[in-house]
Design a protein around this ligand. Structure first.
Ligand code: BTN
Length: 260
């Protein structure tokens, strides 16, 4: 299915991202796709939890992490390129909410959590060539969670979206098959080119375009798409600012209570 990658499916794990980060720190740096049917401690951005309500054998969420050595000249915009690829593979109506979310009709459909570990000869076993070949590259773990079926919306005024609304009958295996190869190709292209070739595609699906937004650092303005590095452009009373820190969260100024 994915040349050069091992593919593993676990009935349950704490978090596919945590598992691949542990392995990478122990020197296991070969390309891998790790899928879980249930996570006991799934993680989202900004220290949030990512909870699934499914069970081994009956997942309500597609949860996987793609791990591989990567050495782009510039890492900015990787999560945007990943989100764009997934949206393009799944449905024309899926929009992208900077920096890491996929939205459907203003509701969160999926989230992306990207983490990296430095690769060095020190954390690679003596016979592991992948880390050595990578020089100063890093092992990247790209975690993706996509709602497949309707989910609990307790505490949210806007219930999450799910893929069943777009493609009834789509299960975890079929949706992963729609995504996996294209995702690997996207990450490999990103390593060569950076974000610039993805800018137009992202802006065409930008969920925030032209909308009033509030930034978690107190600023507010109108979202104006992303630049060639994937920074969010926001027209504020003080002029257009570029938001590139993933530590700044962006919320619609409409009171919408959507995680992301
Ligand atoms: C977010 O919305 O903040 C990101 C959510 C990412 C969830 C996925 S599920 C598979 C992988 N393992 C994790 O623990 N998190 C990611």
């Amino acid at each position: 299915m994915l040349p050069g990658f091992s593919v593993e499916i676990l009935p349950a794990v704490d978090s596919t991202n945590s598992e691949l980060m542990r392995r990478a720190r122990a020197g296991l740096a070969d390309p891998v796709l790790l899928v879980a049917e249930h996570q006991t401690a799934g993680r989202g951005r900004l220290g949030r939890q990512w909870q699934d309500e499914g069970a081994p054998g009956n997942p309500d969420t597609l949860m996987f992490s793609l791990g591989l050595p990567l050495a782009p000249a510039n890492w900015s915009g990787l999560s945007l390129a990943v989100g764009l690829c997934i949206a393009q593979r799944l449905h024309p109506d899926i929009r992208l909410k900077w920096p890491n979310d996929l939205w459907l009709q203003g509701r969160k459909l999926a989230g992306i959590l990207i983490e990296t570990v430095a690769l060095s000869a020190a954390n690679a076993p003596p016979d592991d060539s992948s880390a050595r070949l990578c020089g100063l590259g890093r092992f990247v773990v790209i975690g993706v969670g996509i709602n497949l079926k309707p989910r609990e919306s307790a505490g949210l005024t806007t219930p999450p979206a799910c893929l069943a609304e777009l493609q009834p009958g789509l299960d975890a295996g079929k949706s992963l098959a729609q995504i996996a190869q294209a995702l690997v190709a996207t990450v490999q292209q990103f390593e060569q080119t950076g974000f610039a070739p993805f800018q137009h595609g992202f802006n065409a699906r930008d969920a925030l375009q032209g909308l009033a937004v509030n930034l978690s650092d107190g600023r507010h303005g109108v979202a104006r798409g992303v630049d060639e590095n994937g920074a969010l452009l926001v027209a504020t009373p003080a002029g257009v600012v570029k938001i590139s820190s993933s530590e700044v969260s962006v919320r619609l100024d409409s009171g919408a209570d959507v995680l992301g």
